[in-house]
Design a protein around this ligand. Sequence first.
Ligand code: ZN
Length: 91
Amino acid sequence: MKSERIKPSACPHCGKVLDCASCLDEPEAKPKKGDLSVCVGCNSILAFEDDLSLRSFSHDELNSLPDEHKRVILRTRQMALDMKSGFSWKI
Ligand SMILES: [Zn+2]
């Protein structure tokens, strides 16, 4: 999995400074405004802004996503939790 450097940005929930992002489905993808991410510190769902800083992504915003997009971000969130606990996904 390839990581892309992003503008260092503190997670609005836990304060962890995030400076890179990885796309699980498309290793060469670069983040852009509106893409979603998961904080490696607290597992919160975040959204990229114009300058690639990160902002909170609300439950209302999550609920307004199409079901397929919801499944992808929730699966990503679960994978991040599993990786923190030592479980290894084969992707
Ligand atoms: Zn966080």
